[in-house]
Write a protein that binds this ligand. Structure first.
Ligand code: DX5
Ligand code: ZN
Length: 220
């Protein structure tokens, strides 16, 4: 069982042969598959939905880690749970009752993640923190892969790690955005244990298998 988990972000893959890309992630030792759902409203980009998530589920044994960058996520929880999501992460900026949404996700049999934009203070998660299975720290402004890591998010990750420790929480601390062989160690230091990687995995010159292997080498 890996202490540090790698979750390649599939929207950075070559969509003309998704199944091969997923298989390469799996054989290279990825732990989860991160699916970025974007609605063109909460973030400018439109990506994928439950149908694509269900196809990913059929293409791999890896747990499916769904990141909802959509308005009114409550409306779609059931669809993503049915599609086979293992984890569903929602943004505090889109959930008026974050704790209620977390409980709803768990009632559907999925683990529940909470996340926040870089501009949102960590304290915004406080009420839901005791109930979350995962906290995702965004180290880029959500909406695109291939952006530059925001080092000012290191302090936020440390702050959230301290909050989780004070709660004796077993929640994962996941980081998403600009993760690479250079930036992952910085977030390991801050107390994170799960790392999403889009470009660093799928745009590696020797292909995604090598990309995953290089990222794994940066966390041992
Ligand atoms: C951004 C997404 C991230 C992104 C990661 O809104 O949530 O998962 O795809 O891509 P990289 O690792 O290239 O920043
Ligand atoms: Zn993501």
């Amino acid at each position: 069982m890996n202490k540090f988990l790698l979750a390649p972000s599939i929207i950075a893959a070559d969509f003309t042969h998704i199944a091969d890309e997923i298989a390469a992630c799996e054989s290279a030792g990825a732990d989860w598959l991160h699916v970025d759902v974007m609605d063109g409203h909460f973030v400018p980009t439109i990506t994928v939905g439950p149908l694509f998530t269900e196809a990913c589920k059929r293409a791999t044994k890896l747990p499916i880690d769904v990141h909802l960058m959509i308005s009114e996520p409550e409306k779609y929880l059931e669809a993503f749970a049915k599609a086979g999501a293992n984890n569903i992460t929602v943004h505090v900026e889109t959930c008026p009752d974050l704790t209620g949404t977390v409980k709803k996700i768990k009632s559907l049999g999925c683990t529940a993640g909470i996340t926040l934009n870089p501009a949102t203070p960590a304290s915004a998660l406080d009420s839901a923190l005791p109930f979350a299975d995962l906290v995702l720290v965004m180290s880029v402004v959500p909406g695109y892969s291939g952006q530059v890591f925001m080092p000012e998010m290191i302090g936020k990750a440390e702050e959230i790690r301290n909050k989780l420790n004070a709660l004796r929480s077993k929640a994962h601390l996941e980081v998403d955005g600009g993760m690479s062989e250079k930036t992952i160690p910085l977030m390991v230091q801050a107390g994170a244990n799960v790392f999403v990687a889009g470009n660093a995995a799928f745009k590696h010159p020797q292909g995604v298998g090598q990309g995953i292997k290089a990222l794994r080498a940066s966390v041992v």
